[in-house]
Ligand binder design. Sequence first.
Ligand code: FAD
Length: 621
Amino acid sequence: MDYPQTFDVIVIGGGHAGTEAALASARMGCATLLITHSVDTLGQMSCNPAIGGIGKSHLVREIDALGGAMAEATDEAGIQFRVLNSRKGPAVRATRAQADRVLYKAAIRKRLEQQSNLWIFQQAVDDLIIKGDRVEGVITQMGLRFKAPAVVLTAGTFLAGKIHIGLEQSQGGRAGDPAAMTLAARLRDLNLRVDRLKTGTPPRIDARTVDFSVMQEQWGDTPEPVMSLMGSAATHPKQMCCWITHTNAQTHEIISQNLDRSPLFSGVIEGTGPRYCPSIEDKIHRFADKDSHQVFVEPEGLTTNELYPNGISTSLPFDVQYAVVRSIKGFENAHIVRPGYAIEYDFFDPRGLKHTLETKAIDGLFFAGQINGTTGYEEAGAQGLIAGLNAGLRVKGKPAWYPTRKEAYIGVMIDDLVTHGTAEPYRMFTSRAEYRLMLREDNADQRLTAIGRQLGLVNDLRWQDYSTKMEQLAAEHERLASTYIQAKTPQAEKVEQISGKPLTREYSLLDLLKRPELHYHDIADLKGAACERLDVAQQVEIESKYAGYIARQEQEIQRMAGQAETQIPSDFDYQSVSGLSNELRSKLEDVNPLTLDQAGRIAGMTPAALSLLAIYLKKHR
Ligand code: FAD
């Protein structure tokens, strides 16, 4: 049957990419259909229910600044919040939250159900409707045909998903959910480069069988950090403790003795796994000199006894998992609630995508999330938002938009993916961004909210809050710059006491704030009242302390922009540029970079080849 209603955008998959994609497209006013295997798994966290961390929280804040759901849902569901790298500079500070997985799902589902222009349908999609080289809709398992000029595919780990526990294998999209076999086979018939990746998860432990008294407690930070730029700790549920324990020589011995029964080491798993999140068997093999690894024992929620032992992801046979778990201090009597496993799945070479995440091969078909070779909820959510946005813009006949590398980590990730592709699951790190000082998690709104508002992604409430914050920020900056403290006054004495240095002349409060030993709340109320908004106070402090570095980075960006933004026509003939090696020509043809800047980041590109290209483009403009 042809479904009677037509849609502007269809999103396949209700994971982290799919929910952000559907919400973004619907926020822009597009009639959006989200089709997913099960309404009950909308926003499901397949692995650890934790959001954020280094590099990842930057993505979450950017999703938030563009009106997305992930950060707000985390604030509604987070049972422990911490700031990582809190002693380092603001560029690499990162917020991480352990979430209650049930509350998180509920927070996402609530937002989907309350979103106007958004319809949800529970069914597997088995096929795409493709005419010539453009997509026109999808066909579900029961033969329903839904039509739309733009389709966003976000099938996660489900495409031809194969679960491994020891040398046993079964089909599955993740434990307990079916794989998408028919759709995977159909996609393999299209002109897309497909390969396999793998990821894994640890066995879950029943808290009632754990001896926490021998583990190290780890509480969240006080005051409680928040994930959303508009978040408040007052909305957080009850906070919980995590614990730390360690593997030991016995654990390592058990694993070494059983490597021949590991699907990873016996060659059964072909897909490459996440380098930065290796299985315990991989860690023991790779770091053979280490006799212990940390295990973070993290609760999965307020209403469950399940614990996530972060650090012992494994696909070893169950009897080995059992012995491994019981060899760990505090787990001597542990009961495993769910076995650990690895999963292999199809992903598509992201070099087949435009920066909008539309496939180059099929007009109107967008890919987002794990199927583009990434790993992580945050990476998936960020791509989903950009794919949903651009699907909507395309349908409305408006120009595409995606952030550049100097605007957002989302820009860095997408540019990395479409330029370099990936041979292993791609995870975000702050080190991937060349303009780190500009791309802080604390200023994501200043980088993105105004553009998000123009694109129709940011609602009135967020826009109002942001505008008030910007007004207060400007006013507070002005107040601090024009308020002076004279030497030998009671205020000067107070400053001297805190800083341990004499004030020999008149200083503005803003100048005092530039000193590393002084903080906003030390000086803001020396004359006049301090600003009550914590985010404004934090921003004034960061902007003044790092003003010199930030200005230098801005100059660097401008210097690079002259050359970097030179456009390369999409039909550019690389064969006509003499002096380029055949290898580089073929790489350039493959990636088809939009600008010289993007061309410069193709692996193997040399400065000499780049200047050949620049000269050629200038001559033939
Ligand atoms: P998913 O969250 O997988 O969502 C896909 C959605 O699409 C699901 O709702 C599914 O039902 C639906 N779907 C799929 N096919 C169809 C279809 N044909 N029709 C209708 N609906 C469909 N990330 C980390 O950062 N670190 C880790 O250590 C880690 N370990 C993991 C271990 C395992 C075992 C798994 C399964 C995942 C792990 N992840 C890890 C990855 C993390 O879960 C994903 O990165 C994230 O969920 C990707 O989001 P997504 O939206 O792309 O896909």
